[in-house]
Design a binder for this molecule. Structure first.
Ligand SMILES: CC(C)(COP(=O)(O)OP(=O)(O)OC[C@H]1O[C@@H](n2cnc3c(N)ncnc32)[C@H](O)[C@@H]1OP(=O)(O)O)[C@@H](O)C(=O)NCCC(=O)NCCS
Length: 115
């Protein structure tokens, strides 16, 4: 979680280390306050998460997003993630993505990053 100078919540990240693959972590959700965007807060949350999980032995981090979320796609690329464009992906909203990844109609871009 990230707070501003007055103790108000301005950002959070939800992620976890895979119980089955302890060298892998997954970022489930990240958000920063609309009034605090583009100031490096998201980058800080990701860096803290990378530092935290790498100290516990994680080597790979995965994140997913909806392909129409262009800001999220740009953000993850800026955070050093590469887009999974393997078999089963299709170009959706200009980015390789897995159709129906979460559920019917819930397409997702899958990002990977080595620490
Ligand atoms: C995605 C999100 C977390 C980014 O948070 P942020 O605090 O604005 O990110 P940062 O300021 O650390 O940005 C880091 C880099 O990401 C990229 N980036 C961030 N916002 C961008 C935008 N609107 N357009 C293009 N690139 C962007 C830039 O490269 C930026 O670096 P720069 O500002 O030096 O150019 C934020 O926009 C958000 O909460 N969005 C709504 C929730 C969401 O979609 N979450 C992701 C899916 S779970």
């Amino acid at each position: 979680m990230a707070e501003d100078g007055r103790g108000e919540l301005v950002g959070f990240l939800v992620g976890f280390i895979s119980p089955d693959h302890p060298d892998r972590a997954s970022i489930h959700l990240v958000a920063t306050s609309p009034n605090h965007r583009r100031r490096g807060l998201g980058r800080r949350l990701y860096q803290q998460f990378f530092d935290d999980v790498s100290s516990r032995g994680v080597r790979w981090v995965t994140a997913v997003t909806w392909p129409g979320n262009r800001v999220s796609v740009a953000f993850h690329r800026a955070m050093g993630f590469t887009v999974d464009d393997g078999p089963g992906t299709q170009r959706l909203y200009g980015t390789p993505a897995y159709p129906d990844y979460e559920a019917n109609g819930d397409d997702r871009v899958v990002f990977n990053r080595e620490l």
